[in-house]
Write a protein that binds this ligand. Sequence first.
Ligand code: ACO
Length: 427
Amino acid sequence: MADKKATVTCPGETAVELDVLKGTLGQDVIDIRSLGSHGVFTFDPGFTSTASCESKITFIDGDEGILLHRGFPIDQLATHSSYLEVSYILLYGEKPTPQEFEEFKTTVTRHTMIHEQITRLFHGFRRDSHPMAVLCGVTGALAAFYHDSLDVNNPRHREIAAFRLLSKMPTVAAMCYKYSLGQPFVYPRNNLSYAGNFLHMMFSTPCEEYVVNPVLERAMDRILILHADHEQNASTSTVRTAGSSGANPFACIAAGIASLWGPAHGGANEACLKMLEEINRKEHIPEFLRRAKDKNDSFRLMGFGHRVYKNYDPRATVMRETCHEVLKELGMKDDLLEVAMELEHIALHDPYFIERKLYPNVDFYSGIILKAMGIPSSMFTVIFAMARTVGWIAHWNEMHDDGIKIARPRQLYTGYTRRDFTSNLDK
Ligand code: ACO
């Protein structure tokens, strides 16, 4: 129930009273649903001031740099939990008991293989295809292979779809990589952890055993945790919008993957690493900063800035620590890390970035870690997509639980008014 009201005076009308809704945390939200019946719509391209749904999954306070999943702070989850436990929490809302976790883990682990015929689907792609193009296509195609148990109105069917996606995404993601190399696909191993199994499918070959390094396994698990969910971002909103028509969940996740691919979203870690490589030396930083500030130059500092965070992205803090751990374990001194740290330092003291509250985001350091692990930059967004799949499904499921209403935004039309048609073409 709303105990506060907001008043809007629509043109030619008396004042309209609107409910002000209160969440458990965060800003109040003015319920504008009745405005349409007063002959006006609201205008908010990019949803900068619009809550598109109600959700209990993730909370972000961008000014304070807080990120909570089901109430639990991200730094605590990244330090004391595992990706599979976080997945359980995102999907079911509560921490699992040891027995619940064992059952969950067993179910996920036992469903990692994909239909053998899917391997042939890969061969239709060019070897040099971007792995995100392949991931998007193959994930959408899963709809054609797993079409049993797919009544989206049945909670058990939705749970089966969630298990299938969570289990099979690392297999599909690793296959995208192996296909690009021309190496044989590697089957999953049930005795390995979620992250360890992914590394195994990425790096082992039939001729050589791959021993999973526990530091890298932990780092990969942390990367997955840090990318697991982030409330109503572009890709999650895309999954919800696609799902709002009752569409197949694999197709909805493929839509989310497409949205994630862009450099303003999940593609930023790949773009950030490319940018650091381009900067190359600390001496070149001022020139890149000058370009980032120049309104006539489309260049932006990748890995910097966020629609919601106007403070340090809490995920970036954990990512930075993990980056140091990984480089230490591998005994690597990465020049790009030096460039990244210097760039961060200079930008954080530059009035342009201070005034606009532009801080490093999660993608600023993740590329350096993944590169150190031997993962090519074209796979970065694939790994992001694999991690985010659980968040997408949690939101898709919540939307169905709450009762779906098809997403159908309105518009401010600025095109021609009515005009009569006579063809310019000779008849
Ligand atoms: N470099 C330089 N200037 C920037 C940057 C940047 N990375 N980000 C924002 N700005 C400036 C804008 O030019 C604008 O300046 P102005 O007020 O003088 O016009 C101001 O800061 C506000 O920026 P907006 O574009 O309005 O902010 P918005 O919320 O729309 O964009 C976004 C957020 C897309 C993330 C943006 O900061 C960006 O492009 N960052 C680089 C890409 C990136 O790292 N994306 C990853 C996001 S995290 C994720 O998806 C996991």
